[in-house]
Design a protein around this ligand. Structure first.
Ligand SMILES: Cc1cc2nc3c(=O)[nH]c(=O)nc-3n(C[C@H](O)[C@H](O)[C@H](O)COP(=O)(O)OP(=O)(O)OC[C@H]3O[C@@H](n4cnc5c(N)ncnc54)[C@H](O)[C@@H]3O)c2cc1C
Length: 405
């Protein structure tokens, strides 16, 4: 069995893992990121780059190179009820430098982070290598056992950062089980062509028994069709023509192109989970991102929180890690810093899931737009509040750890 030694071993090359990899490598730490896939090409992973992340690109001096990547800017978000549009979020009112959401394929963003991290000598990304177990030594986690293309490999490290997503196997090996809060919905993702003359804004369309979110991705609309929990099988059983008709009914401007949903393979199910670990750490190991807290898709903030966790972890741990294994009290500081934003966001998401989304899905006749939507539309200055929650989140992080690459 081959062996590697590094200061920090990160399991998972998603937004949390790649951002952490970049920040720790920039701080002069030897980092190895293990990613089980050969590339970052996964469809419908969430393509939102939030204003807080764009601000981080500025802080890291990467803004110019980041802006050169193909992306789509979105400044407003609307709710459409019974065909009438209500503007609910206006990102151009945010009190920050980047006052818009950027949409780009997540693989482009992750490739970008990997490329930037690769400029630091301590950074190594090992693809096609799946962490399978933890190495324990002297009462702490001392690395991981992984399986790569050439067989088993051991990576010994002073700290293991579990950023392996919402089905994290590493947290199970660490003895952690998340508390699940339940979610009344699942989401079906698909794409439809976008044409000149289509409505401008990204929007959530609400009608009796159905909700469709349409996100502007340039030449396509990325569409999220919300179903009651477990409703996917019944919907598929009713057949594709019925599904196309339901999409056309809630978004009439798409009626002329629903044939682009060629078969059910074009429609991907996201089983919605909202959960959280009570404890994110044990000696030698810390969970961040979805591995510590799976977010509801409401508001599209999972990537934001994953990245913010990575920034907090680097700010707090890069200094201690330089001196060797990190005290568990430092790992606890990362959880303490991030717990409130996660709790507050999940509480808000659960409230919206129950009061707005589940209620719309249960309705069998047209309903009035919720009061909050009507107030936000009538008072544009209030549209900064949802924009802030989505675009910056609770307690946005800033990079404090200096570059030492
Ligand atoms: C269909 C869908 C749509 C979404 N839409 C949005 C959106 O619009 N906006 C938004 O902000 N969020 C969205 N999200 C949520 C968002 O994608 C996640 O919150 C975010 O990706 C979490 O980042 P992460 O790095 O913690 O985990 P992940 O992105 O899940 O990354 C984990 C990585 O770890 C790797 N991995 C797993 N196990 C191992 C192992 N044992 N060894 C090595 N590698 C491993 C995986 O291959 C993966 O690359 C969406 C999620 C889904 C599923």
């Amino acid at each position: 069995m081959d062996g590697l030694k590094t200061q920090l071993c990160i399991v998972g090359g998603g937004p949390a893992g790649m951002m952490a990899g970049l920040l720790f490598a920039r701080a002069g730490i030897a980092v190895t990121v293990l990613e089980k896939h050969a590339d970052f090409l996964r469809d419908f992973r969430g393509d939102t780059i939030h204003p807080s992340t764009l601000d981080l690109m500025d802080e890291l001096g990467l803004a110019e190179r980041f802006r050169a990547l193909p992306q789509r800017r979105v400044e407003t978000f609307s709710g459409v009820v019974n065909g009438r549009s209500y503007r609910v979020a206006d990102f151009s009112r945010l009190p920050t430098r980047n006052r818009f959401l950027s949409f780009m394929p997540q693989w482009d963003f992750l490739d970008f982070l990997a490329g930037e991290a690769g400029h630091y000598p301590g950074f190594r990304l090992i693809r096609r290598t799946e962490a399978r177990d933890l190495i324990a030594a002297e009462g702490r986690v001392a690395g991981v056992r992984a399986e790569g293309p050439d067989g088993p490999v051991e990576i010994r490290s002073d700290l293991v950062l579990c950023a392996d997503g919402r089905h994290s196997a590493m947290r199970e090996h660490a003895g952690f089980a998340p508390r699940a809060f339940g979610a009344p919905i699942d989401v079906l993702w698909f794409r439809l062509p976008r044409r000149d003359g289509d409505p401008e804004a990204a929007a959530g369309r609400f009608g009796p028994g159905r909700i469709l979110i349409t996100l502007d991705r340039g030449d396509t609309w990325q569409c999220a069709y919300v179903v009651p929990k477990g409703g996917d099988a019944a919907l598929r059983a009713r057949g594709l023509p019925a599904f196309r008709a339901a999409v056309a009914e809630i978004a009439p401007f798409l009626a002329d192109r629903t044939d682009a949903i060629a078969d059910w393979d074009a429609v991907k199910l996201l089983t919605v989970t909202v959960d959280r670990l009570a404890r994110w750490h044990r000696p030698g190991l810390l969970c961040i991102g979805d591995a510590a807290h799976a977010m509801s898709p409401v508001g599209g903030v999972g990537i934001n929180l994953a990245i913010q966790d990575a920034v907090a972890a680097a700010n707090i741990l890069a200094g201690p890690l330089r001196a060797g294994p990190v005290a568990e009290a430092d790992l606890a500081r990362v959880q303490a810093r991030r717990l409130f934003p996660v709790r507050a966001t999940q509480a808000l998401q659960r409230m919206i899931q129950a009061r707005v989304i589940a209620a719309a899905l249960k309705a069998d006749e047209p309903f009035r737009a919720p009061l909050a939507l009507r107030i936000l539309d009538a008072l544009p200055m209030l549209q900064v509040l949802p924009a802030r929650m989505i675009g910056m989140g609770v307690r946005p992080e800033h990079v404090f750890v200096p570059a030492r690459g």
